[in-house]
Design a protein around this ligand. Structure first.
Ligand code: SF4
Length: 295
């Protein structure tokens, strides 16, 4: 996902992108007054700012495909590519993405892993061209489909594995696949498995919790994830991931955080250490490069 320099970016989606509690996800309550840690207080405040989500219920292989397509690009660019892929290569009823733009039934009974494993690479690349890096992503998708068929036999069996196995086993297994990094593995666990306690760290999450001073300024993605999964209750991690991204687009953007111009413009102002953000000089640096990071 890309950092947006402005604050006028995409709004929160108008519908819940998961199957919610009915799909195995967890509903959470948000009350900043009862938070045990500063991280939880931030998340509870996000719960007041944005609507509450629950997670789980997406088909695991479709979710994996969706996350691979979204790597290094915006949701705006990857969503049409995802819809075009599903329209062309099908998927059974359970594999239809809940937030597909068309919402139309597609090629029922076709196993998406099987049809992608048999896809002609250049045709697949052309289908997903809107998502960027389409040559690389088409290879990754075909390799991933091959892996799912070899290891599990079908997309449906892979889905059962993601939903039923221990999260750490699922995570380690996914990380063995070429092109699947920690964020992709965590998104599959969260959106498909509906697993509590999984806090995927993307560029927004990585930046914001280090600026807030909740994670060490020099922490890498895994370091930030460890702090958040320790300090945020399991049931709130899924919501917190997506709400933080939205907050990063609207308030704490990479180059122009809201507090730069107006100290009262950010709803997290009183909870934030502003590591690497200097309203006096209008400067912003990565928290790892801030002088206070070494203190
Ligand atoms: S106070 Fe500034 S740096 Fe802190 S979260 Fe808000 S916008 Fe980001």
């Amino acid at each position: 996902m890309s950092d947006d320099p402005g604050r006028e970016s995409d709004r929160e989606p108008s519908m819940n992108i998961s199957g919610g509690a009915e799909g195995g996800g967890i509903a959470a309550e948000f009350d900043p007054a009862t938070a045990d840690t500063r991280a939880e207080e931030v998340v509870d405040r996000l719960g007041e700012l944005y609507w509450e989500k629950t997670y789980g219920g997406q088909d695991a292989f479709t979710c994996l495909v969706r996350t691979i397509l979204s790597q290094n690009t915006s949701d705006k660019a990857s969503q049409p590519a995802h819809d075009a892929l599903i329209d062309r290569y099908g998927g059974s009823a359970s594999q239809r993405d809940a937030d597909s733009a068309s919402g139309q039934p597609r090629a029922d009974g076709v196993d998406l892993a099987e049809s992608l494993a048999n896809a002609e690479r250049s045709e697949l690349a052309e289908t997903i061209s809107g998502a960027g890096l389409y040559n690389q992503k088409s290879e990754t998708l075909i390799d991933t489909a091959d892996w799912v068929l070899e290891a599990f036999g079908s997309a449906a069996a892979f889905d059962a594995f993601v939903k039923d196995e221990e999260p750490s086993t699922v995570r380690d297994t996914l990380l063995e696949v070429r092109g699947v990094g920690p964020k992709t593995a965590d998104c599959v666990l969260l959106f498909a498995g509906g697993r509590g306690g999984v806090f995927p760290v993307d560029t927004h999450v990585h930046r914001i919790y280090r600026r807030l001073g909740i994670a060490p300024a020099d922490a890498d993605h895994e370091g930030v994830r460890a702090v958040l999964e320790r300090d945020v209750p399991a049931a709130k991690c899924g919501f917190a991931h997506t709400a933080t991204i939205q907050f990063g687009r609207e308030y704490c953007t990479a180059r122009k955080p809201a507090c730069l111009e107006d100290p009262d413009a950010c709803p997290m102002g009183d909870l934030c250490d502003q590591v690497g953000v200097y309203p006096e000089t209008d400067e912003v640096v990565d928290p790892a490069e801030a002088p206070e990071a070494g203190e």
